[in-house]
Ligand binder design. Structure first.
Ligand code: HEM
Length: 227
């Protein structure tokens, strides 16, 4: 079957990485836009959250799709790293990067860091299993609530280390998105050759918008702009 052939070929693995990566970029943009409603107040934010939950099976379908995309993305990254290591088991004696960027050189361990962030983030906001700020004495919304997503966000970002962790994670997300978004277009053969091609400019804008759109939330809560 062509899917299995794709899975076995190195270029197929890269194509799977590119397609799943682009799907995840789509989710990240949607999630950021949804989260920015926190600036519209508790009623709007919570109405949006409860609308998503009211989708029931559809929401679960999206969650499963997202999960499968993430697993395939990580699996392909792992397999491609192994292939690369096996092809060159001895490291270069001296390695001065010529054309690579910080973003491209941090794809692997930056990606692992993002994975750790996603696990923490789901336990933090979606399930409330780990909610470090719930016990702070000045918390306006002291406990995690399944229905008050707005309160959870305000409560979470009153703790400095939580704000710092999110802001640092968003920096890694920006780097990962910048390299991933433009190189996936190249992998899929959709790019035209140019010194600073359109897809690279688009990737730069996406990475910057996503970084700003996500980071502004913890920072605004911490500074008391939203409360
Ligand atoms: C400041 C940044 C962020 C904030 C304030 C935020 C907020 C939230 C909240 C409140 C939820 C729970 C929604 C609910 O259960 O009703 C959530 C879930 C989630 N977030 Fe974020 N998020 C942020 C960044 C991110 C980033 C960067 C990613 C991915 C790279 C991400 C991925 C997810 C995922 C996968 C879920 C679970 C979705 C689900 O359960 O259906 N989030 N986020």
């Amino acid at each position: 079957m062509w899917v299995l052939t794709l899975y076995r070929l190195t270029i197929g693995k890269k194509a799977i990485m590119a397609v799943t990566g682009l799907l995840l970029v789509g989710f990240v943009i949607g999630h950021m836009a949804g989260n920015l409603q926190v600036f519209l107040g508790a009623a709007k934010m919570n109405a949006y959250a409860s609308f998503l939950k009211s989708l029931g099976e559809l929401l679960w379908l999206a969650r499963i799709g997202l999960f499968v995309a993430l697993v395939l993305h990580v699996l392909m990254a792992w397999q491609l790293t192994r292939l690369k290591q096996n092809a060159r088991p001895v490291a270069y004696q001296s390695r001065a990067p010529q054309v690579s960027t910080v973003a491209s050189r941090t794809m692997r361990w930056g990606g692992v860091l993002l994975l750790v962030f996603i696990v923490f983030h789901i336990l933090h906001f979606t399930t409330g299993t780990v909610f470090p700020s719930a016990s702070t004495p000045d918390a306006i919304y002291p406990v995690w609530s399944a229905t008050d997503v707005y309160g959870n966000i305000i409560s979470a970002f009153r703790t400095p280390w939580v704000v710092a962790a999110y802001v640092v994670a968003m920096l890694f997300l920006m780097l990962h998105l910048f390299h991933g978004a433009w190189s996936s277009v190249r992998t899929l053969g959709l790019a035209r050759s140019s010194n600073f091609p359109l897809h690279r400019r688009v990737a730069t804008v996406i990475a910057l918008v996503v970084w700003l759109g996500f980071s502004v939330i913890p920072v605004a809560v911490f500074l008391g702009v939203i409360r």
